[in-house]
Design a protein around this ligand. Structure first.
Ligand code: FMN
Ligand code: SF4
Length: 481
């Protein structure tokens, strides 16, 4: 390690981290901006955003939703509201952030899943909504409405897809201009319900057109997000607008490990506990969020930028700054635990916490092997996705970079140096992010390709409030780093 170059790097990265938070803060402030104007005719008086034609998606397998969407398409057109009728299979979901108006007619198939043509779009929305880095304002310029087709015979899966689309669009900041409406093919009244919904929709859109802006008090607008209306149903599964389920290790697995328990042994001078860090409850929760758990304390997840660049789209900031190819980057951590309970942590606070390593320890080579295996499996699943070429897919299958930053605190893992060595041995560069609570570990750390220190606050008080650190001397630790 070269102290002077290291401290220069840390300073630079701390600055970058601070500016990232500044931009996040700025983007959050956009929530307070007035709603964007929309005119589906796209006359010259409107801004560039609203000149984009509305999109009417049909998510359909056997044709019912497709036929209904076609009917709506004609009705919209005859009311002077031209839309593009879109098969989501030939649509790039990244473009959703540019849309100002989206309508979806979606059916539900086996086990509550979407028909084939809407699978990628639905997954993309789900993953983006669950990804902390995407933010809740991605679709803040977009207004939308969803109509669902399903069968009540499928019980809890009734219209699961339409319900989920509505939840995820809202979670990403899109505004629902009309409450979700659900048709039941077994009741034989789908056409009637759809017609009522279409009429309301056209009234809303014409109201929009008349005023030239989306009015917060326009027909249905402003009521739609939480209220149900006659035959219209609002989503009640509580995923958006409802409370986030907060599960802490201390709540789900009893109290945190006791330092006095004697359960930690030393093996080759390294702490090695008897308990597994990831309990079955934590595992289930993390897996639901898309993490692949490795052994008992590590994880890997395919990053949205990896997928984006596999499809020939943009990469993450490392691509912009250093030319790193995001589709060849693997995101992993050897410790899902950390010593903070940051208020912004994106793991719904299912993270195990501790001030030192208390858990059973897995072998570093095994972790690297499994991480690459699971990562490449996820890459293979991208085969056939629009935009993914064979060349990029093969490149993605041999990762060249590893972001040790997924969640938790990678340097808590006692064998972090061996793990970094193994990655370098395989010609994989390492980007390690630490939360500045383990200065002694930083001192012991072998050189990594880049070391990032998260700077979450600028004063002792604000750091305590934001990171909720476990260490009493958290500020001294932080300042040292
Ligand atoms: C094999 C199968 C599975 C289905 N699963 C569900 C389901 O889980 N939930 C639901 O609400 N409807 C379910 N349905 C009902 C369909 O949503 C309904 O038949 C709809 O009209 C299909 O729309 P599409 O023609 O646009 O594909 C299922 C239908 C079939 C044939
Ligand atoms: S340090 Fe990272 S992993 Fe730990 S709570 Fe904070 S954000 Fe989450």
């Amino acid at each position: 390690m070269y102290p002077s170059s290291l401290s220069a790097r840390i300073t630079l990265l701390a600055l970058l981290s601070a500016s990232t938070f500044y931009f996040l803060y700025k983007s959050r402030r956009r929530k307070n901006l007035p709603l964007v104007s929309f005119n589906p005719n796209g006359d010259g008086s409107l801004d560039a955003l609203s000149r984009r034609r509305g999109k009417l998606f049909f998510i359909s397998q056997a044709g019912t939703s497709r036929a209904l969407a076609g009917r709506l398409f004609s009705r919209l057109a005859s009311n002077g509201l031209p839309f593009d009728l879109v098969d989501p299979q030939s649509y790039e979901p990244e473009d959703l952030s540019k849309e100002s108006l989206v309508l979806m007619v979606a059916s539900t198939w086996e086990d509550g899943k979407p028909p084939e043509n809407g699978r990628f779009l639905a997954n993309w929305l789900g993953e983006s909504a669950a990804d902390f880095r995407v933010g809740s304002l991605l679709l803040s310029r977009c207004k939308f409405a969803v109509f669902g087709i399903g069968s009540g015979a499928y019980g809890s899966h009734f219209n699961a897809v339409a319900k989920d689309l509505s939840v995820k669009m809202r979670a990403l900041g899109a505004g629902e201009i009309l409450p979700l409406s659900l048709g039941d093919v077994d009741k034989g009244d789908v056409d009637g319900i759809f017609d009522i919904w279409s009429e309301k929709l056209i009234a809303v859109l014409k109201g929009v057109e008349d005023s030239g802006v989306i009015l917060e008090n326009g027909v249905g607008i402003g009521e739609s997000e939480n209220e149900s209306d006659g035959g219209f149903e609002s989503d009640e599964d509580g995923e958006s607008g409802g409370e986030t389920v907060v599960v802490d290790l201390e709540d789900i697995a009893g109290k945190g490990p006791s330092r006095k328990s004697g359960a930690v042994a030393q093996i080759n001078g390294k702490a090695n506990g008897t308990r597994e860090m990831v309990t079955s409850v934590i595992r289930t929760s993390l897996e639901k969020q898309g993490y692949k758990i490795i052994g008992s304390h590590s994880g890997v997840k395919i990053c949205r930028w990896t997928k984006s660049q596999l499809r020939g789209r943009g990469g993450c900031y490392k691509h912009s700054f250093y030319g790193i190819e995001s589709h060849r980057c693997m995101e992993a951590t050897p410790s899902l635990a950390c010593a903070n309970k940051c208020v912004f942590c994106w793991r719904h606070h299912t993270n195990p916490v501790g001030k030192s390593w208390q858990w059973k320890m897995d072998d570093p080579l095994q972790i690297v092997d499994t991480a690459i295996e699971l990562h490449t499996k996820m890459i293979k699943q991208m085969k056939g996705v629009p935009g993914v070429t064979q060349e990029r897919l093969s490149e993605g299958l041999s990762p060249r970079h590893c972001a040790l930053s997924l969640v938790g605190e990678p340097i808590m893992y006692p064998e972090i140096n061996a793990l970094v060595d193994e990655l370098h041995r395989r010609h994989i560069s390492t980007f390690l992010v630490t939360n500045a609570q383990f200065p002694e570990k930083i001192k012991m750390l072998k050189p990594v390709t880049q070391l990032y220190v998260s700077v979450d606050a600028s004063t002792k008080e604000s750091l305590k409030a934001i990171d909720r650190p476990l260490f009493g001397d958290f500020w001294e630790r932080f300042i040292w780093c």
